[in-house]
Design a binder for this molecule. Sequence first.
Ligand code: PGA
Length: 254
Amino acid sequence: MRTLLIAGNWKMNAGPTEAKELAESMVAAREGKDDSQDLLICPPFISIPAVAEAFSGSNFKVGAQNVSTEDNGAYTGEISTSMLKDAGCEYVIVGHSERREYYHEDDSLVAEKALKVLKDGLKVIVCVGEKLEERKSGNHEKVVKNQVEAVIKQVDKSNADNFVIAYEPVWAIGTGETATPEQAQEMHAFIRGLLSEVWGDDEAEKIRILYGGSMKPGNADELLSQKDVDGGLIGGASLKADSFSGIIDIAESI
Ligand code: PGA
């Protein structure tokens, strides 16, 4: 059985002051709960140190939402893996649909970032997912296959323990619209099949595949109960301690 990963993506919300308060309220919400699943929050870069400090001694880990492919030097506005490690990060999200859409990150850049993250000893969460028109035209599996293979064909299977995929149908992100549990399970099983073809069954069975897109306490149970859904990448509902904690309660009960 894979340990579930319940990950919050705060996107461009919560500067250091607000982030510290929110992180502290999350720790308070889990007090005395003895959580056994993996818990993660990915704040904006500038809030990472404040959140890492608030989480010290708790079960929560900290991650980043993006990273540079370079080590250091003249790359204005970029943040490197070594900076993230120094600030207390363990995970990095790459290829979020908002980065693909608004910052023109393509599959080859996403693969390059994933490789960099793994090479430098961090865990990576690679986001994939189809747009509404791609689902409507029946191309969703083809789109996701291309996105997944662009990365896994470059990464050695020895990285399986540090590799997480998040399936986030773009039409479900921030829209209140959620994939049905059947749609999620179908795509997650498809992704695991792709992993198995490239890395083999043993590695494919280890990889956590998260669902993302309007997950909240009211729908987390049916999504997280699916066989191949190994956690959530949660945007809106991770910005409130009670809703994020509610999802963790559900994960802990599965
Ligand atoms: P959402 O975002 O939960 O607000 O839909 C998920 C994500 O974009 O990671």
